[in-house]
Design a protein around this ligand. Structure first.
Ligand SMILES: NC(=O)c1ccc[n+]([C@@H]2O[C@H](COP(=O)([O-])OP(=O)(O)OC[C@H]3O[C@@H](n4cnc5c(N)ncnc54)[C@H](O)[C@@H]3O)[C@@H](O)[C@H]2O)c1
Length: 357
């Protein structure tokens, strides 16, 4: 089981070290190799995703990724900015399915801005299509309008499009994920207005017929945005396109109130995946030893489940995280009165102890 370890910038190195420590404690035959990515790779090699890093990522079964970016690179040309590394990895590895679970841990119910009874026990999975839609559709650009409300005026335009195979493959991912959970998929679209999403809905319905054991519900995106804050526990697996997924996954992740707790996975058709916390490189707290490593540790658990076929080990990590939370250990981002404040390394050590204990 080969894992490419790409810590990146800012808190990336601190949180990935803790996840590696937890993986090592499992005593499984992992082969882990690290490489530079993001701003540190630009500093060393003049590119945020050097050839050698890309080669390592391609050859690995899974990639454990920290975060990239720092304000000091903001003046670089766009293709050389650290954030391009993640886009380059997605593109080169064909990572089309983005998994963002939003789980509300019992001990952290108070961190949410919603009422405790709405989110206690929340466990939903947003699956976002990651390589298509209006974010990548061509043509796009600026021009002088020849029609519309203001002919002759300057305008900008993008193209929203989805092909049948793109929708089919993300549909299968969603139905198969639902089979392992409570067997319910909500497909989010805007079929009432957009041709692309009427097609999305039709194809979802067709694919759904191959999964008679899974309930399929369709919902317009505006309603889904409302329902996510009104009754989030009514959802299980939510599948949607790139743009709607971008917005809804951030909304869903914030239901839990703690960005330092949220893992994510991006998978391709051979289940090779990139696993990373949902947050960024947090330059404001980098080097201080206070970053919460749990999102990265939980991303490592997702890696074991989805790419390395080690469900039991994944559950062991998740149970260990629950245990340290139950012990009252908290990094500053999730700290509340009556709990024990710990740093990044102490949190990682506590997870290792819980794993062994
Ligand atoms: N996939 C990625 O690598 C990724 C994703 C988002 C942002 N970024 C980059 O990260 C940099 C900073 O972006 P930002 O500040 O908007 O977002 P951010 O997620 O890095 O930070 C937002 C806030 O959350 C806090 N935070 C984030 N992770 C935390 C953790 N594990 N523990 C405790 N607190 C945590 C930060 O201190 C900050 O106050 C930018 O350069 C941005 O481009 C990278």
């Amino acid at each position: 089981m080969k894992i490419a370890v790409l810590p990146g910038d800012g808190i990336g190195t601190e949180i990935v070290s803790e996840a590696v420590k937890v993986l090592e404690a499992l005593e499984l035959p992992f082969e882990m190799e690290s490489a530079l990515v993001g701003g540190v790779a630009y500093d060393a090699h003049g590119h945020p995703l050097p050839e050698s890093t890309l080669k390592l990522a391609k050859e690995a079964d899974a990639i454990l990724f920290g975060a990239v970016g720092d304000w000091k690179y903001d003046k670089l040309d766009r293709p050389l900015r650290p954030e391009q590394a993640i886009l380059g990895l997605r593109k080169n590895l064909g990572l089309f399915a983005n998994f963002r679970p939003a789980i509300c841990y019992e001990q952290l119910v108070g961190a949410s801005s919603l009422k405790p009874e709405l989110i206690a026990g929340l466990d939903i999975l947003i699956i976002r299509e990651l390589t298509g839609d209006i974010y990548f559709g061509q043509p796009r650009g600026r021009r002088v309008a020849t029609d519309g409300h203001f002919p002759g005026a300057e305008e900008a335009f993008d193209t929203m499009r989805y092909s049948r195979p793109e929708i089919e493959r993300i549909a299968h991912v969603a139905f198969q994920a639902a089979r392992k959970r409570s067997k319910k998929v909500t497909s989010v679209d805007k079929a009432n207005v957009l041709e692309t999403f009427q097609f999305w809905k039709d194809v979802m319905t067709e694919v759904g017929q191959q999964y008679p054991d899974v309930e399929l519900q369709h919902m317009y995106v505006d309603n889904a945005a409302m329902q996510l804050v009104k009754a989030p526990k009514a959802f299980d697996v939510v599948v949607t396109g790139n743009m709607f997924g971008d917005i809804l996954s951030d909304e869903a992740s914030m239901l839990t109130g703690s960005i330092g707790m949220l893992p994510s996975a991006s998978l391709n058709s051979s289940n090779q995946g990139l696993y990373e916390p949902s947050h960024g490189s947090a330059p404001d707290i980098a080097g201080k030893g206070v970053a919460n490593p749990l999102a990265t540790i939980l991303s490592a658990a997702m890696m074991l489940r989805f790419s390395l076929n080690q469900e039991e080990a994944a559950q062991r990590i998740e149970a260990a995280v629950q245990k340290v939370l139950a012990q009252g250990l908290r990094t500053p981002d999730i700290y509340s009165e009556g709990t024990t404040k710990v740093g990044t390394q102490q949190m990682g050590d506590a997870v290792v102890r819980a794993l062994r204990g």
